[in-house]
Design a protein around this ligand. Sequence first.
Ligand SMILES: Nc1nc2c(ncn2[C@@H]2O[C@H](COP(=O)(O)OP(=O)(O)OP(=O)(O)O)[C@@H](O)[C@H]2O)c(=O)[nH]1
Ligand SMILES: [Zn+2]
Length: 225
Amino acid sequence: MDNFNPTEPVSSHSAGPDTHLAPELRTPLRDDAFALTDETKIDAIAGHFREIMHLLGLDLTDDSLKGTPHRVAKMYVQEWFRGLNPEHRPEVRLFENRYTYQQMLVERDITVFSCCEHHFVPIIGKAHVAYLPGEHVVGLSKLNRVVQYYARRPQVQERLTRQIAEELKNALHTEDVAVLIEADHLCVMSRGVNDTSSGTLTAEYGGAFGQDAQLRQEFLRLIGK
Ligand SMILES: Nc1nc2c(ncn2[C@@H]2O[C@H](COP(=O)(O)OP(=O)(O)OP(=O)(O)O)[C@@H](O)[C@H]2O)c(=O)[nH]1
Ligand SMILES: [Zn+2]
């Protein structure tokens, strides 16, 4: 493997990315998950991916193929799996609810681009999140950022749904949070059962959303379900 040196200096984080979440909601990571810099990871992954391409019989001297190992490695570390790096965890800014807005707030159709942890192919869909404001309201874009942070990891949809809900409950200081995700799994569409018409829905209803069927119905109506 080219340029791989496991003893290279470590990045600054020591704690895992999810220590703020309940243990069963944490993405399973090795204790030394942050022992390598991103640059070192990219070099090492590129080396392994080059080997995969070689084993598939591809000619890596070809103009179009020779940069692929590095492209894929960079895509994994900096894009698809950037949510594994706690440095990318969004800060959720709250504002005083001066206007005493008390109805549910819904952020719907948030783009979800994630990756199936069983097959390493995309999960593509939408997340809808809602909460009941108390003394504070949240900057809207932070809802999208929280979804994106947890989506950009190897995932199963159930854990993604629960991680987002938990993060929002903590950040907004309320249990009254709803999260619904509808997504297509490329592992179901493009291989195995090869079903391109089914989709997967997951939901988490916290606090009042779990207790009050009418509130839940209103949420579902507002997101067009
Ligand atoms: N619960 C859950 N399952 C998922 C998710 N993404 C993919 N899977 C499933 O994970 C399962 C892995 O099953 P295996 O039998 O080990 O793998 P496989 O032989 O590739 O399975 P097939 O896809 O049926 O061909 C499959 O049924 C996938 O559909 C997800 O987000 N949640
Ligand atoms: Zn899969």
